[in-house]
Design a protein around this ligand. Structure first.
Ligand code: AMP
Ligand code: MG
Length: 486
């Protein structure tokens, strides 16, 4: 056991019906795959201890941090629109909370640590593939400047996990500003447990939105904050071509972080209807549906908060409706200012949305790689950008309009290009590279995984020399579908 870490487990002090207390289930032969030292230091943890055998035992669930108080959180949620009154951490355990070096309270959670009372039919485990995928993508998102849960460590368990085939087991250590979901609120609201709902809301406000404590109606304040955080978050996803894949209400964080990396993926060729998840046959969570779905999820959140908004039910509904109605505008503003930056535009002007949409239509029509095209649009020499398009007239006509719009900015072309470089990543965790890294890991070769992780650390900088990590897949490398990690 380690003595130096200051755990302070506020969630464990909430009433017992909020969770189930239990220890992780030990695994046979854990091995460290990767430790995120920078994050460990940010959390104030002793990184060399985490690297030791004792540290590994903790990251594998074979022993506990001193001061931790492991528990599985209860929550509910709508999965693909279908109400499930009880979900909960079926394969995760919140070990506890630490205050990081910036004074921010952070959850430390094991994912894949064995069955819990919320496991339903599941085994409580994760296999190596989704653990590596979540590690790569969540850390890439953080580097890209997108709010997200983080990955502190990945370990292999030395135990098999049975899915459609037998696969090696693994555990991810996930870090979050708080693992509170829309579905956590729904859990209490559906039970008409107003007292529990209020305690949860007070907890969330105290932990995440302290400014609202003094607001006239702190619960309405909480609703507004969560709406704004989601609007900004999903706008960022849209601006970098990220498709979450399972935007169920249990996978929507009150803290405004991207959470639950399942069948998520970044688009290569742009198409608004793009879907990766093999189980999303209706395209409910398609790229261009994400803002609409976020809005729908927030309606569910607002509904769960109604009992707290005030004694007058009609008035509560009106207030919630008003708050919800702000979402499209908040989203659009965040999206458009992000998109303008992609075009090198620091100001907002009439016609910007049309200019952006026309480029996207061209990209979709000509099957152009989203990330590469925007990165190259920021180059002085546009020949690489233009090469992507078969219809040269169309792209030239668009470029003339864009140049005119750039000329109307109060900035030099050089400044516009700098803005573009900070908004258009050179590197994203491309799906084929992730799949290749997972395939190699299954052959005991972790080198591609490590290379991918380090290659994605500075996504807005062009890599030194040629790097295959910037490139879209060759036709034979394309990964059309992703699968849930369960
Ligand atoms: P997800 O699709 O990862 O958001 O998970 C949805 C629900 O299923 C959550 O309650 C999870 O805890 C649970 N779950 C997913 N995979 C497993 C598993 N292998 N064992 C037990 N529960 C699981
Ligand atoms: Mg989930």
């Amino acid at each position: 056991m380690q003595s130096a870490i200051g755990f302070d487990n506020s969630y464990a002090r909430l009433p017992e019906r909020f969770y189930a207390r239990l220890n992780p289930k030990p695994v046979r032969q854990p091995q460290l795959i990767k430790l995120n030292e920078a994050l460990g230091e940010e959390l104030g943890l002793d990184v060399s201890y985490l690297r030791s055998d004792d540290g590994l035992a903790i990251l594998a669930g074979n022993s506990n941090f001193e001061g931790s108080d492991p528990l599985a959180m209860a929550y509910a949620g709508q999965q693909f629109g279908n109400w499930v009154p009880q979900l909960g951490d079926g394969r995760a355990l919140l070990l506890g909370e630490v205050i990081d070096v910036n004074g921010v309270r952070r959850d430390i959670q094991l994912k894949g640590s064995g069955p819990t009372p919320f496991s339903r039919m599941g085994d409580g485990r994760a296999w190596l593939g989704p653990v590596l995928r979540e590690y790569v993508v969540s850390e890439a998102m953080a580097a890209l400047g997108v709010p997200t849960t983080r990955a502190l460590a990945a370990v292999s368990t030395g135990e098999p996990v049975v899915r459609e085939e037998v696969l090696p087991g693994a555990i991810l250590t996930r870090v979050s500003k708080a693992h509170i979901r829309v579905g956590t609120f729904q859990y209490f609201a559906a039970r008409r447990d107003d007292e529990g709902l209020r305690q949860l809301a007070d907890y969330a406000i105290d932990r995440l939105y302290r400014d609202q404590m003094d607001a006239e109606n702190p619960y309405l304040g909480l609703l507004n904050c969560v709406i704004e955080a989601q609007a900004k978050l999903v706008a960022k996803w849209m601006n970098i071509g990220f498709i979450h894949g399972v935007m169920n209400t249990d996978n929507v964080s009150i803290a405004g972080e991207t959470i639950d990396y399942g069948p998520c993926a970044f688009m290569d060729e742009f198409h608004p209807d793009r879907v990766f998840s093999s189980i999303d046959q209706q395209g409910r969570y398609a790229y261009s549906n994400q803002p609409r779905i976020a809005h729908w999820n927030l309606v569910q959140f607002a509904q769960s908060l109604l009992p707290l908004l005030g004694p007058d039910e009609k008035r509560a509904v009106e207030q919630a409706q008003l708050a919800i109605n702000a979402f499209p505008g908040l989203y659009q503003n965040a999206y458009q200012s992000g998109f303008n930056a992609k075009l090198g535009l620091a100001e907002a002007k009439q016609g910007d949305a049309e200019l952006g949409n026309d480029l996207l239509a061209l990209l979709a029509d000509q099957k152009v790689d989203f990330t590469l095209a925007f990165r190259q649009l920021g180059h002085e020499d546009l020949s690489n950008f233009k090469e992507h398009f078969e219809d040269q007239n169309a792209v030239s006509a668009w470029l003339v309009r864009w140049r005119e719009r750039l000329d109307s900015e109060n900035a030099s072309l050089g400044q516009c290009r700098l803005l573009m470089q900070s908004a258009n990543p050179a590197l994203i965790p491309r799906n084929h590279r992730i799949e290749q890294a997972i395939a190699a890991a299954l052959e005991d070769n972790l080198e591609p995984f490590h290379r991918l992780c380090s290659g994605l650390e500075q996504p807005y900088q062009d890599p030194v020399g040629e790097s295959d990590l910037t490139l879209p897949p060759q036709p034979k490398e394309v990964v059309p579908h992703t699968f849930c990690g369960t």
